[in-house]
Design a protein around this ligand. Structure first.
Ligand code: NAP
Length: 445
């Protein structure tokens, strides 16, 4: 692997040099093992420890198929989907791999007794399969995580609607938390030249998701002046939702759980911030009984910040814990847009607040090809910034996932794969210098 790293860091290797590089027969990768899926049986979610289930193994290089690329991964990042995979909730991801494997002989490669996880990467193209013309060895890239087949018409307007839509590195194998990754070539996008490898790898999944959920017409279609309530406003998704609201002339109302996170939101430029720990909202009297009085207290705290206005959009993902409050807090005609249920899938809300006030609930999931490209373009232009707070070496991927599982992190947690240290990969120092404060907003708080 050293010769690949040398070619990448030399700055002088040509496409021909990269094409001539020998690709190793095996590589190191973060995996979960099929024979360990029941190790946490009987435990509470929070007791399930990703440091026990995530391994770093030497794995064989998969064969390269048509339309695919092998990428030398310099850095990756932790997404919550790797937390779900590593604690085997809501179900072990091997069922996804088996189902995918039944699709075709090519897809069968993914059905293995180990799952190489990770849905983000930055790195360099090593090899491309038949039919790949746009990308070539040596290209510096990031990858979005939408894997589709597009053989039927359903996904032709919006690639997220493809019946064979999968999240790479979660519902497919050969993900990004590894020294080499296998992707479909249409997942590839240019790496932002002003960012380090670990910064460039970190926005991918959450940036695209927040873009569709909040900005795209497929999501909430946010417009100038909208008040946007953002749960976890300095977290993985929320750190981008806050930036999109500010960038698009909207007014983010940021909910966070500590003064440190409130400070991050201020650094991004947000002014209206609710510290949910200080406020100590108790939206549930007990596990089964919601407390509308607490929804009203929350609503009046929001109005106090906005000068009496309700929010046009609620950016939802905590799920059961907050959903009743979110439906209540949206203004008449407002939108609650949800992409997750971290605290529980079975939501409860008072439907009178929804129908009498003509509110809408919209489901959103990742982003289509075009939305992913647009979200990445904004990163590359320095209009949206990575939210990286710290990085771990690949060997400590379990700890990195543990931090996210226990909400000990800010923004995004990076993982160095082939990159031997942080800070490498910047090709455009001038643009970087212009945006350095924003790029560093999540560090050292
Ligand atoms: P994250 O980095 O952990 O951020 C989530 C934030 O939510 C936390 O930082 C926390 O912020 C807040 N939060 C946690 N528990 C809460 C509670 N009980 N009440 C209110 N706020 C709470 O995770 P993420 O990357 O943003 O992902 C969040 C969820 O979205 C996960 O379930 C993930 O699987 C899902 N997701 C879905 C998609 C999709 O395409 N459908 C894409 C990305 C992520 P504070 O502590 O500051 O309040």
């Amino acid at each position: 692997m050293q010769h690949i790293l040398e070619a990448i860091t030399s700055g002088t290797a040509t496409a021909e040099d990269f094409a001539a590089l020998e690709v190793p027969a095996s590589y190191r990768a973060a995996t979960v093992h099929q024979d360990e899926v029941d190790v946490f049986d009987g435990m509470e979610s929070k007791e399930k420890d990703p440091r026990k289930s995530l391994h770093v193994d030497d794995v064989p290089l998969p064969d390269l198929g048509p339309g695919e690329a092998l990428v030398a991964v310099m850095a990756s990042a932790i997404n919550y989907n790797t937390v779900w995979t590593s604690i085997f909730e809501p179900l072990p991801t091997f069922a996804f791999l088996q189902r995918y494997g039944r699709l075709s002989p090519l897809a069968k490669r993914h059905d293995l007794p180990y799952h190489i996880v990770g849905s983000d990467l930055s790195g360099v193209v090593l090899k491309t399969g038949l039919g790949v013309h746009t990308w070539k060895p040596g290209d510096e890239v990031v990858a979005h995580c939408l894997s589709v087949e597009l053989e039927g018409p359903d996904g032709h307007n919006d690639t997220m609607m493809d019946p064979e839509q999968r999240i790479w590195g979660f519902e497919t194998n050969f993900g990004g938390l590894a020294e080499i990754a296998l992707v479909k070539s249409n997942q590839l996008m240019p790496k932002a030249a002003h960012l380090t490898w670990e910064e460039a790898a970190s926005p991918g999944l959450v940036n695209s998701t927040a873009y569709r959920q909040l900005v795209s017409r497929n999501g909430a279609g946010m417009k100038q002046g909208d008040n946007v309530l953002i749960w976890g406003a300095s977290g993985g998704l929320g750190g981008f939702a806050t930036q999109y609201a500010l960038n698009g002339g909207a007014v983010p109302v940021c909910v966070v759980s500590s003064e440190e996170k409130a400070e991050i939101c201020r650094r991004m430029g947000a002014e209206l911030i609710i510290n949910r720990s200080e406020k100590d909202y108790r939206f549930w009297k007990d596990e089964q009984t919601a407390d509308p009085k607490e929804w009203r207290r929350f609503g009046s705290d929001i109005r106090e910040l906005t000068g009496g206005e309700d929010v046009d959009i609620v950016f939802e993902h905590p799920g059961r814990e907050t959903f009743g409050a979110s439906v209540y807090a949206a203004r008449k005609g407002g939108t609650i847009v949800t992409c997750a249920s971290t605290t529980g899938y079975l939501h409860e809300y008072d439907n009178r607040y929804l129908w009498m006030n003509l509110k809408r609930i919209i489901g959103s999931h990742f982003a289509n090809y075009r939305e992913s490209w647009e979200a990445n373009r904004l990163i590359a232009k320095g209009m949206i910034h990575p939210t990286l707070s710290r990085s771990y070496p690949l060997d400590e991927v379990g700890q990195a996932a543990y931090d996210v599982h226990h909400n000990l992190h800010q923004g995004k947690v990076g993982v160095l794969c082939l990159a031997p240290e942080e800070g490498l990969g910047v090709r455009d120092e001038e643009t970087r210098a212009r945006h350095l404060d924003a790029i560093n907003a999540f560090r050292g708080v």
